[in-house]
Write a protein of this length. Structure first.
Length: 256
């Protein structure tokens, strides 16, 4: 007996095999969409699974995009909220594992600002961004530091240079966090309330931003051309071959 509320597709998390999908009917469209988003059918369990090495964010996007396609044609979809829980962040031996917690996206928090009237409420939203455990500023700083450590593992001069550049960016992010804390504290004690006849936030034009010169691409270009364990260095060119080879035209410089 098929229940009236039974979904056409259900997404969940298998304890050993990762993100899974179950379908109510053996319909070619369901199979086509799931395979399009890299789900593969398991005959033994009668379930679809993403590959075991699928990154967490990629898995979440696959579920979201497949769900949207199903809903666009009128199919019902159910999803286990645990799909959104990211895996724990690796730590060195002897250091407690940090459990990653799902936080609100900046898009959601920006949308929330449009409904607020009190400065103290805006301060509460800023506090979520600056939260020590789930705030986006701290997460961004840690992400950049981790990317810098990845560059160090290349064990090349270019890798170390790029790693140092990333750490400088991380310091700027930390400074930005300090400035946001100051603004958040000012908002928290500000007694102002927007008047009832004030225009909606979407109607208030944003001030133009100053153009910031882009970072030079020199280090990036050198890193792209440098040899690595997976890409051996180019063979040296003999003087005779160099003489026969036409000089490549110089690339025009792009300016902003």
């Amino acid at each position: 007996m098929k229940l009236q509320l039974e979904p056409d597709v259900a997404f969940g998390v298998h304890p050993d095999l990762g993100v899974a999908a179950a379908v109510a009917d053996d319909h070619p469209f369901l199979d086509e969409v799931l395979r399009k988003h890299h789900f593969r059918y398991n005959n033994t369990l009668d379930l679809y699974f993403l590959p075991g090495d699928t990154p967490h964010n990629t898995a979440v996007r696959a579920v979201a995009r497949a769900s949207r396609e199903f809903q666009d044609v009128g199919l019902s979809v159910a999803a286990d909220p645990r799909i959104m829980l990211p895996p724990p962040i690796p730590t060195p031996d002897g250091v407690p594992v940090r459990q990653a917690l799902p936080g609100q996206s900046l898009t959601a928090l920006t949308g929330e600002l449009h409904e607020l009237r009190r400065s103290a409420d805006v301060a509460d939203v800023l506090e979520q961004i600056l939260d020590e455990h789930q705030g986006v500023v701290g997460d961004l700083e840690e992400f950049i530091d981790t990317a810098a450590a990845w560059c160090d593992r290349l064990d090349t001069a270019n890798g170390r240079e790029l790693g140092q550049h990333l750490r400088t960016i991380a310091h700027h992010v930390a400074f930005l966090g300090d400035q946001l804390v100051t603004a958040q504290l000012d908002l928290a004690v500000m007694p102002d309330i927007t008047p009832g006849n004030a225009p909606s936030l979407s109607e208030v034009p944003l001030l133009p931003r100053h153009d910031v010169p882009s970072v030079t691409h020199t280090a990036r270009a050198r890193a792209a051309l440098a040899s690595s364990p997976h890409r051996p260095a180019a063979e040296p060119t003999s003087p005779d071959e160099a003489a026969r080879s036409p000089a490549s035209p110089s690339s025009p410089r792009r300016t902003r």
